[in-house]
Design a protein around this ligand. Structure first.
Ligand code: UGA
Length: 468
């Protein structure tokens, strides 16, 4: 009965089944979630504890680079479906459902820092005056939902507000986050009762029924199958997120180990993994060998999962090995550079790519940034170029030169290192690059270019797991 009452309120409140949603945390996850929830017709209020971020958003800007996000936010604003608010209490009051999208960074021992979640829980508990569905979107270790529920009841004991907690992990990839939100393969909802499930189903109905005009217009859109709707316990939903990201990390480390072996045995990792990935039980994705995985999710989630396993008495050394293999990728690459260039001190090296992967300006835990730091430690002179990440990179590594183009990065360099596989690098005028370099040497940390083509163009070319 209660379930239909919640749903009916919204049916009659607004014939478009619009739900009032608060999004707490305007980072990558929060902004994409807020923009997409508004895109599918809901009324969103976004808040963040960083006033600078809100100021940018209020003036029509976007504090992060995510393809398509600027357009989506502008559209939502025009339709009055999104607004920003610095007062968390006001944001809490505005939503019937509250999506928690605050950061859950790693602590020095690998555990997850949940202080932001705790802070939000206390604010919700003390400020809410009407029933709230509190949805964990941030990646959190299993059992966080229980703690959240407890915090809401402890701090909210003076009011008689009903809180329902749910876990709705995101599977958004930076760079394609909007498409991932609107065309997910699965939507996981960890809930404590049918009411919470019905509320979340109402929110996601347009995505489930594909009832919206897709703003992304990818060729896959019209054919994309409707997502699976998976209802689980809150603990399982939380575990699903960590288990998914850790499995992806395992796949990459496995491919990197096979690449090292292929190199020793004279096989070609690209041929090997293409065939391996054709087995549907394995799948073709996340088998690219190279500098390894980075970003703010895979490395920290892997660590958090290891920590969670250890603290629950389970042995997950397998994941620790995956992490170790990943950490060694930069070392392996620097060895290759040393082998090709010899002494690195005072050598001019060009680096293409600084972001942790293409189509993002995110440099957090980026293998490319670790590479640059290692080269600096060896005394090399580095000139780097990235289409989007240089502004951020400059603030953390100011001691290198930042080039205006890939050509400028290559100019007079003894070697050109590919650290992030931006598609635009494929279309460079490689003859021009060859002629600009002091020595036409490419070390491809992402197995991105065609060895045959590069060698035909007169480059000395090295990569991972393919015969030299
Ligand atoms: C990852 C997951 O893919 C998302 O599903 C998840 O929602 C997100 O984390 C999160 O937890 O929020 P993301 O961090 O955007 O998404 O990055 P990925 O696309 O997973 O790439 C991670 C890293 O792996 C990158 O550094 C990439 O270069 C590297 N990678 C990827 C490889 O080295 N080899 C591969 O074959 C694939």
């Amino acid at each position: 009965m209660r379930q239909s009452a919640w749903v009916l309120t919204h049916v009659f409140y607004d014939l478009e089944l619009r739900v009032k949603i608060s999004v707490i945390g305007a980072g990558y996850v929060g902004l994409v979630t807020g923009a997409c929830l508004a895109e599918i017709g809901h009324e969103v209020v976004c808040t963040d504890n960083d006033p600078a971020k809100l100021k940018i958003l209020e003036s029509g800007g976007v504090p992060i680079y995510e393809p398509g996000l600027d357009k989506l936010l502008a559209k939502a604003r025009k339709k009055n479906l999104i607004r920003y608010c610095s007062n968390t209490a006001e944001a809490v009051a505005a939503g019937d459902a509250i999506f928690i999208c605050v950061g859950t960074p790693p602590l020095p021992d690998g555990a997850t820092d949940l202080s932001a979640i705790d802070h939000v829980a206390r604010t919700i508990a003390t400020e809410a005056r009407s029933p709230k569905l509190v949805v964990e979107k941030s990646t959190v270790p299993a059992r966080t939902g229980q703690e959240l529920k407890r915090a809401l009841s402890v701090y909210g004991r003076k009011s008689s507000v009903t809180f329902r907690v749910a876990s709705n992990p995101e599977f958004l990839r930076e760079g394609t986050a909007i498409e991932d939100f609107l065309h997910p393969d699965r939507i996981v909802v960890g809930v404590e009762d049918d009411t919470a499930e019905a509320q979340l189903r109402e929110i996601y109905r347009p995505v489930l029924e594909r009832k919206f005009n897709c703003p992304v217009h990818s060729p896959a859109c019209p054919e994309a199958p409707a997502p699976a709707w998976l209802v689980t316990t809150i603990n399982s939903a939380e575990l699903i997120k960590h288990a998914s990201n850790s499995f992806l990390a395992l796949k990459i480390s496995y491919a990197n180990m096979v690449a090292d072996l292929a190199e020793r045995l004279g096989a070609d990792i690209e041929e090997v993994m293409k065939a391996v990935g054709m087995d549907p039980r394995i799948g073709k994705h996340f088998l690219n060998a190279g500098l390894g995985f980075g970003g703010f999710c895979l490395p920290k989630d892997l660590q958090a999962f290891v920590h969670l396993a250890k603290s629950s008495g389970a042995d997950f050394t397998m994941l620790e090995e995956a992490e170790k293999i990943n950490r060694k990728r930069i070392e392996r690459f620097v060895e290759k550079i040393r082998k090709a260039v010899w002494v690195l001190r005072d050598k001019q090296l060009g680096v293409l790519g600084l972001a942790f992967k293409p189509n993002t300006d995110d440099i957090r835990f980026a293998p490319a940034m670790d590479l640059v730091r290692s080269l600096l430690a060896e005394g090399a002179r580095v000139r780097a170029y990235d289409p989007e990440a240089m502004e951020k990179a400059r603030t953390v590594v100011p001691q290198i030169e930042y080039a205006k183009s890939a050509y400028e990065a290559a100019q007079d360099s003894e070697a050109l290192l590919i650290a992030t596989e931006w598609e635009e690098f494929r279309k460079l005028d490689w003859e021009r690059i060859r002629d600009a370099m002091a020595h036409p040497l490419i070390l491809d940390g992402r197995n991105f270019l065609s060895p045959q083509k590069m060698r035909e163009l007169g480059f000395e070319y090295h990569c991972f797991g393919r015969p030299d």
